[in-house]
Every structure is written in C-alpha cells, then in structure tokens.
Design a protein around this ligand. Structure first.
Ligand SMILES: O=C(O)[C@H](O)[C@@H](O)[C@H](O)[C@H](O)COP(=O)(O)O
Length: 237
C-alpha cells in the first residue's frame, strides 16, 4: 500500500511519510515556508487549520518556527459548536498547542460565538471571517474515514450549498453524525481558494477512505471536492 499507487488527479501531489512525527515535521516546515512567502509578498499571511485529534504534533512544531507571527492571522477550517473551554473545541486545541511559543503573538479568529441557535452563531462567524482576505494563504485539511473534511459531512442538510463553487458564504452551519453534532464549517469555495492546500491523513483506514473518495461524488465523500490542484496530500501509516 503506497500513496503513489493511487490514481490521483493530475496536479495533486502526494507524500508518504514513515511515521506521524515525520509527517508533522514536514507539514510544519511546508506551512512555515508558505507563510513566510506570503509575509514577504504581502506583509501578512493567513492560515486555516483543522481540529480533530491528529494535528497536535504539527501544531507544536509549527509554533516553534521563527516567523513574523504578529503578521499571521490563524483561524479554523471548522469548529464544533462548543465554547473554547470545552474539551471538544478546536479553538481550545489551537490555543493550547499552536498559539504558543513564537506563534503566541499571531492573531486568532474564532468561529465560535454564543447565540440562541447554531444558525445565528454561524451568521456571526460569517461577519467576523470578513477580516480574512478574499483568499486565505494556507489551508490545512484533515479527513475522516467517512470522507468528511473540515465539517463538510455527508448527509448534512446544507452540504450541497457548502460544496457549491458559487456559494458566496465563507461558512455555514453543519450537522455531524457524531458528537458534538452541531458544527460550523468553512465552505468549499472559500477553503479551495487558497493557493496552498494541504491534506494530512494518517493510517490505513484513511488511505482506503481516500482511495474510495477518488471514485465518489463530493456529496458522498466531501473530500472529493478538494482532490485537484493545488492540493498536496501528506500521508503516514
Ligand atoms: O473538527 C474536526 O473534527 C475536523 O476539523 C475534522 O475535519 C478533522 O480534520 C477530521 O475529522 C480528521 O480528524 P483526525 O485527524 O483527528 O482524525
């Protein structure tokens, strides 16, 4: 089993790393280079990262990089609708592991806002996300075994809208099949507008899910929508 055996679309690069530590180090190097490039070109940079369980080592390596972090704005590809103190919060994860060391001075844009409903909270997040440029500089995606990425879940009511390349919204409320079910996800067109897009996946189960996603429709396995240039995949067993 090797990622190079997958019949990836032209323009999608894939890297196979021997273990999770190497994957985290290489991803941190690449993200830091891309942020440095953006700072050099524009004086500032924006980075969208995924939550979940696997990115902790990547965050910790990235947080040590020498960069002009004060010029970097960090936000999330998606958030679980829980406050930052909640153990499932992606913001909490980023605050504990990425907004530390050198990266402590980066700006952070939250996707969580207390409101009577998830829809109202997503509306507030949409307004706040306008501080980001039209195209974020760097996006780091993860993927679930069901083919979700960010919080674009198969079967979620607004999935079609979120995957529509013409969707003008930057985020939408989403429903996950497992707790916390209520999520806010950035939309496909906003995430996929980034010139640098990385997908980090670990394990044989996710390798198989990725091979299934290549043959699936985006509404069945939403990661499919991102499988085109300039995506780069970083996989390790
Ligand atoms: O908040 C989340 O759950 C995510 O952002 C989600 O899209 C995540 O990236 C994948 O579920 C993979 O998560 P793991 O890499 O931890 O398996």
């Amino acid at each position: 089993m090797a990622i190079s055996e997958l019949d990836l679309p032209t323009g999608v690069l894939a890297h196979s790393l021997s273990n999770a530590d190497q994957q985290a180090r290489l991803l941190a190097d690449r993200v830091a280079q891309a942020l440095q490039f953006a700072i050099h070109a524009d004086g500032q940079a924006s980075l969208l990262v995924s939550g979940g369980k696997s990115p902790i080592a990547f965050f910790e390596y990235l947080a040590q990089k020498e960069l002009d972090w004060a010029q970097v704005t960090i936000s999330l590809t998606d958030e679980r609708w829980v406050p930052p103190e909640h153990p499932d919060s992606n913001e909490g994860l980023v605050r504990r592991h990425l907004l530390q060391h050198q990266a402590a001075v980066a700006q952070f844009v939250s996707l969580y806002y207390p409101a009577p409903t998830l829809e109202e909270s997503a509306h507030k997040a949409e307004q706040v996300l306008q501080v980001l440029p039209k195209k974020p500089d760097v996006v780091v995606l993860g993927m679930g075994s069901d083919g979700h990425t960010a919080s674009l879940f198969p079967g979620s009511p607004l999935l079609y809208q979120a995957l529509n390349p013409e969707c003008a919204l930057r985020c939408l409320p989403m429903q996950a099949p497992s707790e916390p079910r209520q999520r806010i996800s950035l939309t496909y067109p906003f995430l996929a507008s980034a010139p640098v897009q990385y997908l980090a996946i670990q394990g044989h189960g996710k390798f198989l899910a990725l091979s299934r996603a290549l043959q699936a429709y985006s509404v069945q396995m939403p990661v499919h929508a991102f499988l085109h240039h300039p995506l780069e995949i970083y996989w390790c067993p």
